[in-house]
Design a protein around this ligand. Structure first.
Ligand SMILES: Cc1cc2nc3c(=O)[nH]c(=O)nc-3n(C[C@H](O)[C@H](O)[C@H](O)COP(=O)(O)OP(=O)(O)OC[C@H]3O[C@@H](n4cnc5c(N)ncnc54)[C@H](O)[C@@H]3O)c2cc1C
Length: 348
C-alpha cells in the first residue's frame, strides 16, 4: 500500500508539515536525511540548518530563560543524552529542532534516517528511492529539503563558525558579540548590501569586502550601500584568513588584493557571508520545475503546489528570499494542508 504522504527533509518546514499531517491522520513518513561525512561538510545533516547555530532569538515562543527541565521532560531520554548541554539562555538551534522532531513523533510520525536520491513523479503512486536502494511509494510528497549557505571554504572560517562567522545577518546581527563593533560582510550582490545595511544598525562600522571594483548589486542597492555612512566598501579584496582566538572568536580578517596591492588586516568581531545559498534540489533536476538558481517553483500563487501532481514544496527549498525558521515552518504547515486537501479531493 502506498503511503498517504512522505515528507523529505528535516528542518522546521518538514517537522511542521509532519505535525499537521500526523494530526490530520495522514500517518506521515519522514526521510530526515543521512548521517554522512559529505552531509557534515555541506551542512546538510538531519535537523537542517538551524541545528548549525547556537542561540535562536527570533523564533516566537522561546524568550530568554532556562529550558533545562522542559527539554528533559519532553525529549526522548536516549536522544536527550546525546544533546549538547543547555545554556539556560532560551532555545538553541539543535534544541529547537529536537523539540520539533519530538512533537512530530508524538503524533505518530515515522522517521527514517536516510536520504532520497531519486524520484519518479510521472504518475500515481509517486515513487521515491532512498540511498540504500529501497523504493517507497506515496500518493503525496512534501519536499522540504532546504538549502545550504555558501561559504568561502577556508579552514579558519570553519573554525570560527558560531564564534563570529555567520551566514545570516537577520539571524545573528543583534547578538551582543556584534553590537557596536566593526563587522565585515563578504559579497557584492543585492543580498550583501541588504545584510550590510541591516548590520549597520548594530555595528560601529560595516566593511563590505568585494573582489571587484564595482558591486554586482542593482544600482539602487549599490547606492544604498554608498549612502550609508556606516558602510565602507573595500574594493578588489578577498579574504585570505579569518583571524581570531578561542576566547574572543573572530577578531579580524586578513585580506588579499586582487590588484597586486599589499595584504590588509581589518579588525572585526564578525564576518558575515553573503555569497548566496544552494538549494538541496540536485536529485530533483528534470523532475520538478525550478528557477535557474535551482530553487523549486510554486506553480499556484500562495499555495505550495509544484509542477508535479501530488508534490508540494515547503521551506527554503522554494524560498530564496525570507529564509527564516518561522517562514519555513509556516510553509510546512501550508504544504501539509495543501496535501491533505488534494488527497481528499482525489479520494486518496
Ligand atoms: C548558521 C545559520 C543560522 C541560522 N539562524 C537562524 C535563526 O537564528 N533564526 C531563523 O529564523 N533562521 C535561522 N537560520 C535560517 C534557518 O535555519 C532556515 O531558514 C531553516 O532551517 C530552513 O528550514 P527548512 O525546513 O527549509 O530546511 P533546512 O533547515 O534547510 O533543512 C533541510 C534538511 O533536509 C535534509 N535533506 C536535504 N536533502 C534531503 C534528501 N534528498 N533526502 C532527505 N533529507 C534531505 C537535510 O538534512 C537538510 O539539512 C539560520 C541558518 C543558518 C545556516
Amino acid at each position: 500500500m502506498p503511503e498517504k504522504v512522505i515528507i523529505i527533509g528535516s528542518g522546521p518546514s518538514a517537522w511542521t508539515a509532519a505535525i499537521y499531517a500526523a494530526r490530520a491522520e495522514l500517518k506521515p513518513l519522514v526521510f530526515e536525511g543521512a548521517i554522512t561525512q559529505e552531509n557534515q561538510q555541506n551542512g546538510t545533516l538531519p535537523l537542517g540548518q538551524l541545528a548549525l547555530t547556537t542561540e535562536v532569538e527570533n523564533y516566537p515562543g522561546f524568550p530568554a530563560g532556562d529550558l533545562e527541565h522542559y527539554l528533559d521532560d519532553s525529549i526522548d531520554k536516549q536522544q536527550r543524552q546525546i544533546m549538547p548541554p543547555h545554556q539556560k539562555e532560551g532555545v538553541s538551534g539543535p534544541e529547537l529542532m529536537e523539540l520539533m522532531r519530538q512533537q512530530a513523533k508524538n503524533f505518530g510520525t515515522r522517521v527514517i534516517t536516510d536520504e532520497i536520491t531519486e524520484v519518479d513523479f510521472t504518475g500515481q503512486p509517486l515513487k521515491l528511492t532512498a540511498s540504500d536502494g529501497s523504493v517507497q511509494e506515496a500518493h503525496a510528497v512534501i519536499v522540504a529539503t532546504g538549502a545550504r549557505a555558501n561559504y568561502l571554504g577556508l579552514e579558519s572560517e570553519n573554525r570560527y563558525k558560531n564564534l563570529g562567522v555567520s551566514a545570516c545577518a537577520v539571524c545573528d546581527g543583534a547578538l551582543p558579540r556584534f553590537r557596536d563593533k566593526p563587522l565585515v560582510v563578504i559579497g557584492g550582490g543585492d543580498s550583501a548590501v541588504e545584510e550590510a545595511d541591516y548590520l549597520s544598525k548594530f555595528a560601529s562600522t560595516v566593511y563590505m569586502i568585494h573582489r571587484r571594483d564595482e558591486l554586482r548589486a542593482s544600482k539602487i542597492m549599490a547606492q544604498r550601500a554608498k549612502d550609508n555612512p556606516k558602510i565602507e566598501i573595500l574594493w578588489n579584496r578577498v579574504v585570505d584568513e579569518v583571524l581570531g582566538d578561542d576566547t574572543s572568536g573572530v577578531t579580524g580578517v586578513r585580506l588579499k588584493s586582487t590588484t597586486d596591492e599589499d595584504d590588509l588586516e581589518v579588525e572585526a568581531s564578525g564576518m558575515f557571508l553573503a555569497i548566496g545559498h544552494t538549494p538541496n534540489t540536485e536529485f530533483l533536476r528534470g523532475k520538478l520545475d525550478m528557477h535557474p538558481s535551482g530553487y523549486l517553483k510554486w506553480t499556484k500563487p500562495f499555495r505550495t503546489y509544484t509542477s508535479a501532481e501530488g508534490v508540494f514544496a515547503a521551506g527554503d527549498v522554494a524560498d530564496d528570499y525570507y529564509r527564516q525558521a518561522v517562514t519555513a515552518a509556516g510553509t510546512g504547515c501550508m504544504a501539509a494542508l495543501d496535501a491533505e486537501r488534494w488527497l481528499a479531493a482525489k479520494g486518496l
